[in-house]
Design a binder for this molecule. Sequence first.
Ligand SMILES: Nc1nc2c(ncn2[C@@H]2O[C@H](COP(=O)(O)OP(=O)(O)O)[C@@H](O)[C@H]2O)c(=O)[nH]1
Ligand SMILES: [Mg+2]
Length: 223
Amino acid sequence: MEHVIKVKRKALAANDEAAARLRQQFQSAGSLVVNLISSPGSGKTTLLEATIKYLDGRLTAAVLEGDIATERDADRIRALGVPAHQILTGGACHLDARQVIGALEKSQLLPADLLFIENVGNLICPTTYDLGEDFKVAVLSTTEGDDKPFKYPAIFARAQVTVITKIDLLAYVPFDMNAVREHLAGLNPSGRVFEVSSTTGVGIEAWVDYLGARLEHKRTERT
Ligand SMILES: Nc1nc2c(ncn2[C@@H]2O[C@H](COP(=O)(O)OP(=O)(O)O)[C@@H](O)[C@H]2O)c(=O)[nH]1
Ligand SMILES: [Mg+2]
């Protein structure tokens, strides 16, 4: 057991070192980098599609996709004319910083105002891996049950932003929005929460405005 803990600590330390290099690269590129984490199917790619459509080129975007298999998500993003690169983990349940470094060397995603990293779908392993991002975003859909922030508190405590998706389906699924908001506020008092429907577009403007403000803030801090 002690051996396992030591190996895990070493892997995380190596990851942190690679993440620090990435953070420096993103800083000099002036890109805002967002690491999206959620269960499979909660709507990460659809949120990115809605975000890109709403941006309509006013800010440039690029996307790094993490999946076990297939280029499907990267293809969805490229179909919108936005550069995307797919990292295939071949089984690993999260992306790590060295994979991101390798992917950026191979692809031409930067420069971009916004770089989105869609992590491998699950609420557990991606939580502890720093990818040099400005902040993590936890995506929670109304259809997966309002108990998820209670059952997987670590990611909701760590993510500076939670985006609650599929609010167009609130009339059809049991989802206690007040209980979720209250729990999120307890887990993460300074965290921001956005409620969106990526299919109807409700709430997308507020989310994109927030991204724009964070980008501006990051660039102001640099100068
Ligand atoms: N009704 C509704 N469906 C959504 C919304 N966002 C995503 N979906 C659907 O949920 C499914 C999974 O979405 P996807 O973005 O691929 O999830 P991901 O695995 O987290 O990337 C797809 O069938 C989407 O069309 C939403 O806001 N409202
Ligand atoms: Mg996806």
